[in-house]
Design a protein around this ligand. Structure first.
Ligand code: IFM
Length: 776
């Protein structure tokens, strides 16, 4: 059998010509590392995400098909809402002359599996010798349509190479899927229509969402359509058909198409399963579907975000990989839904949205596709009632956004218990849902960032001002008076290795920023839109809040740099024990520290999980001098394990700001390999959405040097030495700019009909409408 050999599992250079830097190929089959490729090669269109499990099944696979926004809660207090694993429509089992096709049996003479980012297709080529010593060539391709979001299309071509083939195909829809054992569906109707279309209906147990799944098959033998003998088979939550075509001659190729569709009562145009069937029945064949799918990727993704990196092929691939997944993970069709921390590529984090969306992913959309950014922010606006309930339940006012979110009205859905404590043997309590509170300010920050980039006044009037005010109402109620100042005690900051800390610098500064912005926009609306202010005041009691904002913001404690210019991460961090972190920094898996210490012990050491003070220095960068940034980098980075995938991208951007190109690039190299790299255990539970958004930020905000500060656009590139050219688009107040940066010049093309002003390398410039500005 072809198993792990000397070379690396993933190859990045299999695309050539038009496909150069568009392909990732898995080079051998390893039944122990299926999860990595299932997630990293997952296919998605924002409506659904399909893990790339193979057609035939294996013991260690984790099949998954997640439909955005279809959350359900299993019975019991210990359960929280999660995104259920919908019925699997991709399973196919093949019996070839009596041998079941299984790569763990017989011998693999050739294997490759490729994700083509350009066309968003997955393909697999296998040359297999069966246990009976017969050879077969099998080619599998599939895609999840971007043009028709309900559709999965699969094609399999089988050629018997050593003798004629008697084929048996068992294929259908399997609704027996679970989320690691939890079954989220009630049984629904099973039916075969016209001897062709299999249907499986299912209903979520608690949220009562109706699902209708359909599959149909078509067979061709050497280009002629054939109709094999078929036998329908039904079981609990399962409908399959066994197909038995006439004998296939040696070296002839039989091609099987399986077209499947899923529709749910969350769809805005859902009527019932019969209507869904009528729509599915009209779906064209694989080739027509593929044509439309390919065009959709070309026109709505690759032409929309034409980012080019010259100099290092892997880096060009990595930014395309990021954009591929940013597209697949984002429910751009529905503002009642958001982005999960693992996108739609796995069960990890239960499909919940975190600050990952606003701080790590949203900047990509705000800058490159503002319409989608607006929808994502509307989700937060629509979930204000849940945030108000969370505030009330905690004796606060305003909108206290949940650390983890699912349904709009849910409020907090963070699970309370997590991984095992190695000392006590008990589950560790997850405090984030109770006291990781900075997310409320992070959302406000993203609203403002969106507004500054887009100038979208309509959004502000309908959603944005309210979000800024409702969050500030929360903060003023959250602050605690201590002598003559206000503090925020007992929180978890971004560094989740420190629990119940007082005055986490990031939290305090962001809360302060939130209050100041609310004051600023209250003043502005008083002048410019008193009617809107009056209606928001009536809802949020803004008049009395405004006075409190002013008084409390002025007295909110903001930890200042000490004599060594280090900003204390919290009140006690700098007095904690320091240990040698070298073994943990060099460990191949994150979290190695917890093999030696439990969280209580880590709480007492100067060990930081991820960017904490460092992300403060990035988001509020013009509040800190370069000296302070450098001193904090030097102090905190050696104490940071980067145990969260969110960490390295922020560090890379800061290193660019500090002028250390090599450090910035080496941090980028590590960030861009979190999912795409050779660690075959990095992504089993799903890809890392924030890290993927972070890759884009490193390229555009770090190396491209694009920033918005105090409402103005700044560009100050720091091109890595190894790159010869970087090109990317950004939108600024409705104008589309295309940046081309080399080591010798910067060229900015304004394709809009309005002039754009900004600060380029410290100099104010204007790029006139429909024109190109070039430096040198
Ligand atoms: O939001 C993050 C958090 O900052 C670190 N732990 C994982 C979460 C989800 O990605």
């Amino acid at each position: 059998m072809l198993l792990k050999n000397q070379h690396q599992a993933l190859k990045y250079d299999t695309g050539s010509g038009e496909l150069k830097n568009w392909q990732i190929t898995e080079t051998y089959f390893d039944p122990e590392t299926l999860g990595k490729v299932e997630a990293v090669f997952s296919l998605g269109n924002g409506y659904m995400g399909l893990r790339s499990a193979t057609e035939e099944r294996y013991a260690r696979e984790v099949r998954g098909n997640f439909i955005a926004g279809t959350f359900n809660k299993f019975l019991g207090d210990k359960e929280v809402t999660e995104l259920p694993n919908a019925a699997d429509m991709t399973e196919m089992s093949f019996t070839l002359n009596g041998d079941t096709f299984q790569l763990t049996d017989g011998e693999i003479l050739h294997f490759d599996r490729t994700l083509n980012l350009k066309d968003a297709t997955l393909s697999r080529t296998v040359h297999w010798r069966s246990p009976s010593d017969d050879e077969y060539k099998l080619i599998f391709t599939r895609f999840v349509s971007l043009a028709n979001k309900h559709i999965i299309a699969q094609k399999v071509a089988i050629t018997p190479l050593s003798r004629n083939l008697t084929l048996k195909l068992h294929s259908g829809i399997n609704g027996q899927m679970t989320n690691t054992g939890t079954q989220h569906f009630k049984e629904g109707v099973l039916r075969l229509y016209d001897q062709k279309i299999m249907k499986l209906e299912a209903h979520t147990t608690e949220s009562n969402i109706d699902f209708a799944h359909f599959s149909r098959h078509a067979f061709t033998l050497e280009n002629s359509v054939i109709t094999p003998k078929n036998t329908i088979f039904m079981d609990r939550r399962k409908i399959f058909t066994t197909f038995e075509p006439e004998t296939i001659q040696q070296n002839e190729t039989i091609t099987i198409e399986k077209i499947s569709g899923v529709y749910t009562s969350r769809d805005k145009d859902w009527k019932d399963a019969d209507q869904a069937l009528a729509i599915f029945a009209m779906t064209p064949n694989y080739d027509s579907l593929f044509k439309a799918h390919r065009k959709a990727w070309q026109t709505t993704v690759w032409e929309q975000y034409p980012i080019q990196i010259e100099g290092v092929d892997f880096d060009q691939l990595a930014i395309r990989f990021a954009i591929y997944h940013l597209t697949g993970m984002t429910p751009a069709h529905d503002n009642r839904m958001n982005i999960g921390a693992k996108g739609l590529s796995g069960e990890g984090y239960k499909g919940h949205a975190f600050w990952d969306t606003e701080i790590f992913v949203l900047p990509f959309f705000t800058t490159s596709n503002p319409k989608i950014a607006r929808q994502l922010l509307e989700y937060r606006s629509l979930s204000i009632p849940g945030a108000v309930r969370k505030a009330r339940d905690n004796n606060y006012e305003g909108a206290m956004f949940p650390w983890e979110s699912a349904w709009l009205e849910d409020g907090e859905v963070t699970p309370v218990w997590g991984a095992a404590d190695i000392i006590t043997g008990e589950p560790t309590k997850i405090w984030s849902g109770f006291i990781e509170q900075h997310i409320t300010a992070d959302i406000a920050f993203a609203v403002w960032q969106y507004y500054q980039f887009t100038g979208d006044q309509d959004f502000m009037e309908k959603h944005g001002y309210e979000l800024l005010f409702a969050t500030a109402v929360f903060w003023q109620s959250r602050l605690e008076k201590k002598d003559d100042r206000y503090e925020i005690t007992g929180v978890v900051g971004p560094d989740e290795y420190k629990e119940h800390v007082d005055n986490n610098a990031f939290t305090n500064y962001m809360a302060h920023w939130n209050l100041e912005k609310a004051i600023q926009y209250y003043d502005l609306l008083q002048q410019e839109n008193p009617e809107l202010l009056a209606s928001l005041s009536a809802k949020w009691d803004l008049q009395s809040n405004y006075q409190k904002w002013r008084e409390k913001a002025a007295k909110l404690y903001l930890p200042q740099p000490n004599a060594a210019l280090v900003i204390p991460q919290d009140d006690t961090y700098l007095s904690k024990k320091i240990i040698d972190l070298t073994p943990y920094k060099e460990a191949s898996q994150v979290g190695a520290l917890f093999l030696d210490y439990n969280l209580d012990q880590v709480n007492d050491m100067q060990i930081t999980k991820q960017a904490d003070v460092m992300i403060l220095l990035y988001l509020l960068e013009n509040e800190f001098s370069p000296d302070v940034k450098q001193a904090n980098w030097d102090y905190y980075e050696p104490k940071t394990l980067h145990d969260s995938s969110l960490s390295r991208a922020t560090h890379s951007i800061l290193a660019s700001d500090l002028g250390d190109k090599d450090l910035a690039y080496s941090m980028f190299e590590k960030a861009s390999r979190i999912d795409l790299g050779q660690n075959m255990k990095s992504s089993d539970a799903g890809i890392h959405s924030a890290s993927i958004g972070g890759i884009w930020q490193v390229v555009v905000n770090g190396f491209g040097g694009v920033r918005m500060l105090d409402g103005r656009l700044y560009v100050h590139p720091h091109l890595p030495e190894k790159w010869t050219e970087l090109q990317f688009p950004i939108y600024w107040k409705g104008a589309r700019l295309h940046m081309k940066i080399t080591h010798d010049m910067i060229e900015i093309t304004n394709t809009s009909n309005k002039d754009v002003e900004f600060v380029l390398n410290g100099t104010e410039i204007v790029v006139l409408a429909d024109s190109t500005f070039t430096t040198n």
